[in-house]
Design a protein around this ligand. Structure first.
Ligand SMILES: Cc1cc2nc3c(=O)[nH]c(=O)nc-3n(C[C@H](O)[C@H](O)[C@H](O)COP(=O)(O)OP(=O)(O)OC[C@H]3O[C@@H](n4cnc5c(N)ncnc54)[C@H](O)[C@@H]3O)c2cc1C
Length: 366
């Protein structure tokens, strides 16, 4: 019996392998399409007070970092916490084969796509209007807010009561849920800790779609996991945040250094001093055109020592940003703090509190 030549066997095998690969890829594509369309159909059956969008979802695939663009299948615009709970319960019931992932989106100021969900569901937390912001004054004042509330709105509302949150971020157009999922750090953190250390209690939607209240003493594990949990342990739908009396005015001072050792020595000394500033933050400036090169504009041209005299082109500068709170009539007291602290190079301006706390809104919004 004659056997076919070896080359014929090889061609035959290649043909079988190619056919198999094409079949496999087709099956995967069909399965993905079936999965997506059945996921879409099942989401459309959900009864929510808000709504889903399936078409205009490109905004949810962008963030401040502009490095990742992961298009979601749908965006939920929740009206209440139960819209979020219903959706997550539904996804949980669909099981892992749906391959649906979920991401809460605050103001989208992440840098690496953390608030995006590839072919999943993005929850637009800024749509969540409940609970309405409620401020409780008294000896230990606090504010109850939705997880999608912007810090700038909290500042404006609490100032009406003569109050302000204790701990901040520099930039205030960020949401409560967004910064509490990270830490929330600014110049008050040396005194009060980051924002996550100034939360009394939270309402959270868990991965099973349950609505759970938590605090230090109630469901403490969940409380501590969600705070700083990068959105992986539940969705913050409400937070009770500590407030303090707001000062009438703030003295804002920026101190520039060209030498890192002097800069860090001054910063450590100021942070550990007993009578010191209420806000101390250090940062690095690369002196070239760009986002952070607005530092010259923050110096008063009338000041005897002009920022323009500071020979710094192309160099790395270090800046201490300091603020002292005071009420009208106690100006001399805060001047005393400045005299005693003696940092090497001082220029200063006077601002009302809302101005200093929102001074970083020169960053462009996305
Ligand atoms: C210009 C600029 C200035 C900044 N300044 C500071 C600063 O001074 N101090 C500081 O600490 N940080 C600062 N950041 C970082 C910022 O705090 C984080 O990027 C923060 O996560 C952004 O908040 P967001 O509302 O935009 O959240 P998003 O970017 O939308 O979300 C961030 C993360 O939180 C999760 N998340 C959002 N909402 C919720 C929720 N309700 N429940 C659970 N998880 C949620 C998201 O899934 C995601 O993982 C700054 C960022 C930018 C772009």
């Amino acid at each position: 019996m004659r056997h076919p030549p070896l080359i014929f066997h090889k061609r035959n095998n290649m043909f079988v392998i190619r056919s198999f690969m094409i079949l496999l890829l087709s099956c995967i594509t069909i399965r993905i399409n079936l999965c997506l369309s059945s996921n879409t159909a099942s989401l459309k059956t959900l009864s929510v007070g808000g709504h889903f969008t399936f078409d205009k979802v490109h905004h949810a695939a962008k963030d401040f970092g502009n490095r990742f663009q992961l298009l979601p299948l749908a965006v939920l615009h929740p009206k209440s916490v139960s819209d979020i709970a219903t959706t997550i319960r539904h996804i949980c019931q669909l099981g892992p084969y749906s391959e649906l992932t979920v991401a809460a989106r605050g103001h989208g100021h992440s840098l690496q796509g953390q608030a995006q969900a590839h072919q999943g569901i993005v929850i637009n937390m800024e749509s969540l209007q409940s609970p309405k912001m409620h401020i409780t004054a008294g000896n230990n004042p606090y504010v109850d807010v939705s997880g999608g509330e912007l810090w700038i709105t909290i500042l404006r509302e609490s100032l009406k009561y003569g109050l302000a949150p204790k701990s901040w971020t520099d930039y205030l157009h960020l949401t409560v849920g967004g910064t509490l999922s990270n830490a929330g750090v600014s110049g008050q953190a040396f005194r009060h800790g980051p924002q996550i250390s100034n939360v009394h209690q939270l309402e959270v939607v868990t991965g099973k779609g349950e609505i759970v209240n938590c605090s230090e003493n109630l469901n403490g594990d969940l409380f501590h996991s969600v705070l700083g949990g990068l959105g992986q342990f539940g969705i913050i739908t409400r937070a009770r945040i500590s407030l303090e009396p707001a000062p009438d005015m703030v003295k804002w001072i920026r101190v520039l250094y060209s030498d890192f050792t002097t800069f860090s020595r001054d910063q450590e000394r100021l942070i550990s001093a007993e009578s010191t500033f209420d806000y101390i933050e250090g940062f690095v400036i690369v002196n070239r055109t760009g986002l952070l090169n607005n530092w010259r504009s923050s110096f008063n041209p009338q000041d005897p020592v002009q920022a323009s005299q500071f020979q710094s082109d192309g160099r790395t500068l270090y800046c201490l940003e300091l603020a002292k709170y005071f009420n009208k009539g106690t100006m001399e007291e805060q001047n005393e703090v400045r005299r005693n602290s003696q940092p090497s190079y001082i220029l200063h301006e006077l601002f009302s509190k809302v101005t200093i706390l929102n001074h970083s809104h020169t960053y462009s919004d996305i």
